[in-house]
Write a protein that binds this ligand. Sequence first.
Ligand SMILES: [Zn+2]
Length: 373
Amino acid sequence: MGKSFRLMQIRGIPVEIHISWLLIFLLFSISLAQSFFPLMVEGLSASVYWTAGIITTLLIFASVLTHELGHSFIAINEGIPIKKITLFVFGGIAQMEAEPSSPKSEFKVTAAGPLTSLAIALFTGALYYTAMAPGQITGEAVFFVARVNLIMAVFNLIPAFPLDGGRLFRSIVWFFSKNILKATRIAVILGSVFSFIAMGLGIVIIFYQENIFGIWLIFLGWMLYQAGQSSYSQLVFKETFSGMKVSEVMSTNLETISPDATLEELADSFLHFKYGAFPVVYGSTTHGLVTLQNMKEVPREKWAFTTVAHILTPLKDTMVIRPNRDAADVMLKMATQDVGRALVMDESGELVGLLSRTDMMRFIQMHMILGEE
Ligand SMILES: [Zn+2]
């Protein structure tokens, strides 16, 4: 997810800042110092505006961090350790070591974030109305922080998974259905509806109001959609292959082919075994992988005198994994890198199995159908 750097540690939780946050820091400080504060309070010097701009931006930063700490402290209370908190463009993520084990636990952990933001909004709002005069720069800064926290609470409560609102929604469905996969699926569908509404609204705003704000809505909707889809498939992989090693899901009845075989012989093997690919092995050396796709690139009249060695995908371009790797991790890696097949080789370089994405997808489907009944 790009570059992040460690900022500090709070109660044992590392806090990191993503590079993208620096850009937001700059944009926020500039727009506050150059347009917001001069508009709200006239006649002050540039250095005062800049100081107020930077301090207010830091307060917003502290608000986002407190929101994430809200999630984190409740998670720790619920027995879920926090790996780290990362702050980036649109807010932050408190990365949990594990998903909450019950819907009640998820509800509590999730609700803690927006409640924290709401509490800050109420506190700073009350401070503004009781102790500060409007038209003074400190008052305007405090009121700004109050509003941003209110927006943060409301925005996060939009029921679009994986936003807090979507997680709350999921925990409720989970509570009643007692099935986390089903609950997540429903939450992701609802989330997709919200992301499409955001994107559609963005398009309308661009065309009818000619407002650049529409681009942000489209971007935000798209990010939400992607996040929902990927967190769903991650959960499916984790649930299906939980605790399983590659060696337990790979296929071991290996049919291999020699690099010296002709494409006619290879065609016979494809027809006979009905596999989509063969590891290319000579003696104890694995040369790579040959697929139907590789074969299609050679015209039929050349099959008799072309060897497998000419068309194979060499080992260096093939994904090679160890049998003791976590199956869910590997599946996720194959999905994100769009790799169809991986060779499983042990430390000595011996080929021990083949892992294909279609086989694993079939396994997932089977698991979901059998698991729901
Ligand atoms: Zn949150």
